[in-house]
Ligand binder design. Structure first.
Ligand SMILES: C[S@@+](CC[C@H](N)C(=O)[O-])C[C@H]1O[C@@H](n2cnc3c(N)ncnc32)[C@H](O)[C@@H]1O
Length: 165
């Protein structure tokens, strides 16, 4: 995809103090085989939490879907505009779900298959094997579902791609 890099020489040193609470283990070792979004694959992923965070798994066995936030650790962070593969027009990176972004945080709404002592198994995720996990939150359909939501540029994109795989 075509990209525009950001201008300036801002200090990019970390000030957020994030910790990786675990890793997401998926079947995908390279970006070309990875699903482009969480709905594109029904493969299962195994999430393993670091030991100190495992008590946080309590009550997840009552939950069907979670929002997973993860760190797209192989993504460039200097890009502010891109031409997505499905389009010929440039879009601001914040109008896209591109992995390349100043803070490469990925999110998926994933379905829980099973909860384990050290983590969980989910379906509906699109990250590389070994991607660091930042957080897990319950998906509340009553709060999070917005059926009226629109992404205008995506609806008018010229090159819809066939599914991978
Ligand atoms: C379009 S992004 C969407 C990510 C997430 N579902 C979101 O909406 O924030 C998905 C793509 O990111 C890339 N990707 C996945 N895991 C990555 C990682 N750990 N580092 C860099 N790129 C990654 C793959 O090319 C994958 O197809």
């Amino acid at each position: 995809m075509d990209v525009v890099e950001r201008s300036g020489d801002e200090d990019n040193s970390c000030d957020a103090g994030l910790v990786f609470i675990g890793r997401i283990h998926t079947p995908w070792r390279d970006r070309s085989s990875c699903p482009r979004n969480a709905s594109e694959s029904e493969a299962t992923a195994r999430i393993v939490l670091e030991a100190p965070y495992r008590p946080g798994l309590g009550s997840l066995d009552t939950i069907s879907h979670v929002i997973l936030l993860y760190w797209l650790h192989q993504a460039r962070r200097d890009i502010v505009e891109i031409v997505p593969p499905t389009d010929t027009r440039a879009h601001g990176v914040f109008a896209t779900r591109a992995p390349v972004r100043p803070n490469p945080i990925g999110l998926s709404v994933s379905q829980i298959v099973s909860v384990h002592a050290d983590g969980l198994t989910v379906t509906g995720i699109d990250c590389l094997d070994g991607t660091p996990l930042l957080d897990i939150k319950p998906y509340f359909a009553s709060v999070d579902a917005k059926p009226e939501a629109r992404v205008g540029w995506y609806e008018t994109r010229p090159n819809p791609l066939p599914p991978r795989g």
